[in-house]
Design a protein around this ligand. Structure first.
Ligand code: SF4
Ligand code: F3S
Length: 410
């Protein structure tokens, strides 16, 4: 059987050209034949979501999804893929929960909707009794062997929990507290992240997880670390519009703070990924996505505002010349670290010293920038106060709405 070390190497390979399941399926088949791996019964439940992760799973090509679902796992219930529907499908689902307790895996796609005691999200009906996602997960998770939260909504709330979140969407972990939840975030999750994590579970048990319970083999490095445009970042060559050739940092790329292997793995049968297609990474695997990433195509405040621009060269020159850390941003640190290192640590002169032609002017520009940033910060604080009030009023209105519904509906 493939050793765990080689399995991890395979998953993290820089030369991935095809679906991970293509390489793994024969290993799984052999392991199952030799009774070294189980073919687990799997229940896939969709709660508050757009079905994007189920659709993404269909990018598991060569072999296709069918082969993975039929040969690697024993898919008992998935509302889109069931061969029977209605009560027959629900009977299989409940049978699995009761007869395979402690053996079956529960895969959750979508956020858990908690408003009105979960009644904003019914997931199936049993003998004409509607069952909410919240009820299902509370009952099923306790009996499952593993709980997997697939996609950012299931892992962290994701777009379903975006402000003002009237449905009370939360990630699975907030509801399932008595056992570890394996998070496979992404909007949607890449099919390899799903099949790869499942394969690791079958062959070797729970993979090493990071502090947000994501498998490190897929989420252990940042997009920025793996990005093909990284050299452009280092060289300070930036696109000023999505689609342009430079590094997309200044048009909002969240790659430096986003953990996932999209640059290696790629999407749509391994042919492209956002930055390759000219779009900045919007941080879809991050815990507070999308609220924390918006506006998607705007660079977060550091050295550039819509009306003020200080060129990279000037900043670098000022940075070195002034010797102060007023612009202590990731960008400044990344672009200029080599020069600063050379200047201060080696004691040699920078090879490209670019001394400011007019230091006073550059300093003035920096001072203006800092003033503008302070003004923006105070404006942000005011907006936050307004937003907090609005949020309270929303929460009140939503609570009133559900109180009325409770009275009328029951
Ligand atoms: Fe790539 Fe974005 Fe990093 Fe630029 S900022 S190198 S586009 S990940
Ligand atoms: Fe998501 Fe960024 Fe990858 S937006 S798909 S983590 S490149």
């Amino acid at each position: 059987m493939l050793t765990r070390r080689n399995f991890i190497k395979l998953c993290m390979s820089a030369t991935l050209a095809a679906s991970l399941s293509e390489s793994i399926l024969p290993v799984l088949r052999q392991a199952q034949a030799e009774k070294q791996a189980e073919k687990p019964p799997v229940i896939w439940l969709e709660l508050g979501s757009c079905t994007g992760n189920s659709i993404s799973l269909q990018n598991a090509v060569d072999p296709g999804l069918d082969e993975f679902l039929s040969q690697a796992i024993d898919l008992k219930y998935h509302w889109l893929l069931n061969t029977v529907q209605g009560q027959d499908a629900v009977d299989i689902l409940l049978d699995t929960v009761h007869k395979e307790a402690g053996r079956f895996w529960l895969v959750i796609e979508g956020a858990v909707m908690t408003a009105a005691n979960g009644r904003v999200n019914y997931v199936f009906s049993n003998q004409d009794k509607m069952v909410t996602g919240l009820q299902a997960i509370e009952e099923f998770a306790a009996k499952a062997k593993y709980v997997l939260a697939v996609g950012s909504c299931a892992a962290f709330g994701g777009p379903s929990a975006a402000y003002p979140n009237p449905g009370g969407a939360v990630g699975v972990e907030k509801v399932v507290r008595d056992k570890p939840v394996i998070n496979i975030p992404g909007c949607p999750a890449n099919s390899d992240w799903i099949t790869g994590t499942m394969s690791h579970l079958m062959l070797y048990g729970i993979p090493e997880l990071d502090s947000l319970h994501r498998p490190k083999l897929f989420y252990g490095r940042t997009i920025h670390q793996l990005c093909q445009r990284r050299q452009l970042f280092e060289d300070g060559i930036f696109a000023s519009f999505p689609g342009e050739a430079g590094c997309l940092y200044k048009v909002g790329c969240k790659g430096p703070t986003t953990y996932a292997d999209c640059p290696l793995r790629q999407w749509n049968n391994h042919i492209s990924w956002p930055v390759k297609a000219g779009a900045p990474c919007i941080g879809c695997t991050s815990p507070k996505f999308p609220d924390s990433s918006m506006p998607f195509y705007e660079h977060f405040p550091d050295i550039s505002t819509p009306s003020t621009r200080v060129s990279v060269k000037k900043i670098s020159a000022a940075f070195v010349a002034l010797g102060v850390g007023v612009v202590g941003t990731h960008l400044a640190a990344g672009v200029f670290s080599r020069r600063i290192h050379q200047h201060f640590l080696d004691g040699t002169k920078p090879s490209d010293p670019t001394p400011p032609e007019n230091l006073a002017e550059v300093k003035q520009e920096l001072d203006d920038l800092i003033r503008r940033q302070n003004a923006l910060l105070s404006e942000t604080k005011q907006l936050e106060t307004v937003a907090a009030k609005e949020k309270k009023s929303w929460a009140r209105r939503v609570a009133d709405f559900w109180r009325t519904e409770d009275k009328d509906g029951k």
